[in-house]
Design a protein around this ligand. Sequence first.
Ligand code: ATR
Length: 273
Amino acid sequence: MNDTPLYAVFGNPVAHSKSPQIHAGFAEQLADPVRYEARLVPVDDFYGHWRAFLTEGGRGANVTVPFKQQAATLADRLSERARQAGAVNTLMVGDSGEVIGDNTDGAGLLLDIKRLEAPLEGARILVLGAGGAVRGVLEPLLEAGPSELVIANRTVEKATALAELFDARGRIRGCGFEEIEGRFDLVINATSASLAGALPPLPETLFNEGALAYDMMYGAAPTVFLEWAQAFEVRCVDGLGMLVGQAAESWYQWRGTRPDTTPVLETLRADLR
Ligand code: ATR
């Protein structure tokens, strides 16, 4: 029996996942050895593989495409932020054996934006997109105290519906790309348009001076959105730091310690180039 605590990332595909490397980096940095494995799970047998993982003594897992919704249904209990996101990217086994579903994506984004020292309080924030990636980040963004949070989406109804969900907290509204008004201090691209090399139709007057353009996607080359934003002389950052941030928050939930994300992010960035 191997006593080193066992964790994993479940996905399909999963070979490309950077999570094993990130968590190995955290483990080394904090001198807290863990086993962290990538598990390729057939799309129709997530539950079976999770149960097998538990019998192996698995203590927690990250969950990626396409299992984030299924993970929410197998958990005995959901954290408030997982409930709000409607998806689980982190599973943990409690002391009594109960399975808790959490979502660390929003915390990961905030961790990264704070690392970049971008102002959030009193800022005007624009989020592009209204899909699954956006649901989980709205609450932590609102908590950071912006003066206004605008969600713009190709399908306008999805943006307004999402804004209404969080309406009780005020300062949030949804619209189409054509109705974007004014300049912003932080613009977050959360559309999957970058994947197709597409750019939403955005006004040229989008950024305040010193603004941060942030794309949740990342790659060896700048995304189409960041390439576009570079012309306005704003800070342009991709989502690699958010990836490390969400992993750091998962680690914290499992191990109770907070890794320094910067050295792990630097190594990943160097590998990407
Ligand atoms: P995710 O979980 O990554 O957010 P999703 O739920 O499928 O994925 O959402 C994809 C988001 O990207 C949506 O906001 C989608 O806009 P629609 O709601 O109108 O579909 C947006 N998106 C995808 N392709 C786009 C494109 N070419 N231009 C603009 N927005 C696009």
